[in-house]
Design a protein around this ligand. Structure first.
Ligand SMILES: [Zn+2]
Length: 244
């Protein structure tokens, strides 16, 4: 809760920002007006559209950033990067309030680069249909794009179990598991998890869309219409009861 809100509820006498002491600590101040926030946005090299949007109301400013398809100086879509930097600014503010620690803006933005990236791999029947599983292809794409920390989610319990059993874990002797291990060793960190397709709205959306697509692999550089909201909710951990 911001100090402005705490003062409104008579929980404190001082509504000042603990970081700068210049203004009251509103959400607008924390995310846009405080010096640490402006330094963070400058350090992230945002798209020009974003840099010229600070006059907008806070909620409108956030909404526009979450649908901004432009690429930022970090080399990634702004609609994906923006919520993470926003979260890190909020977390950094809480660390100051509760732990009396504060990172410089460059470190707050750099922490974003160390985030884990989620790779969703979904099959049609939950078994091990050989090369039709997308894990090797997804790992190659992630490696090509420079991602180092991966969370791979799949609806195939058999695949997760085989990977948990080690490089020789596939009783059918398929080279799929060996290929996966070879690729997985190229990342600094990777975790495989079983999630039902129904529990992941993003994967369900893409799977339904793919039913009418041509056979083979389709790479989407930007989320199609209808998926952005689901991705943002997933990135913020809004989904519930997904793992079992
Ligand atoms: Zn401040």
């Amino acid at each position: 809760m911001t100090n402005t809100e705490r003062k409104r509820r008579n929980l404190t006498d001082a509504a000042d920002c603990q970081r700068c002491g210049v203004e009251e600590e509103s959400l607008d101040h924390i995310f846009r007006r405080c010096e640490i926030a402006t330094d963070c946005w400058a350090a992230s090299s945002p798209p020009t559209d974003f840099a010229s949007s600070f006059h907008l109301p806070l909620s409108t400013w956030m909404e526009k950033a979450c649908i901004n398809n432009q690429t930022c100086g970090l080399g990634l879509s702004w609609r994906i990067i923006f919520p993470y930097i926003l979260w890190n600014i909020w977390k950094n503010r809480n660390d100051l309030v509760f732990k009396n620690t504060l990172l410089p803006a460059t470190m707050i933005v750099k922490k974003q680069r160390l985030k884990r990236w989620k790779l969703n791999v979904y099959s049609s029947n939950g078994l091990l249909p050989g090369r039709t599983l997308g894990l090797p292809d997804g790992l190659i794409i992630a490696k090509t794009r420079g991602f180092t920390h991966i969370i791979a989610e799949t609806d195939s319990e058999a695949l997760v179990q085989a990977l948990d059993n080690g490089p020789r874990g596939d009783p059918s002797g398929s080279t799929l598991i060996l290929d996966c291990y070879s690729l997985m060793n190229q990342f600094q960190e990777i975790k495989t998890t079983h999630v039902s397709r129904e529990g992941n709205q993003c994967a369900d959306f893409l799977a339904n869309m793919g039913q009418n697509a041509a056979w083979g692999t389709t790479v989407l550089d930007h989320p199609p219409d209808g998926l952005s909201g689901l991705l943002n909710r997933d990135a913020m951990g809004s989904s519930t009861c997904r793992r079992r």
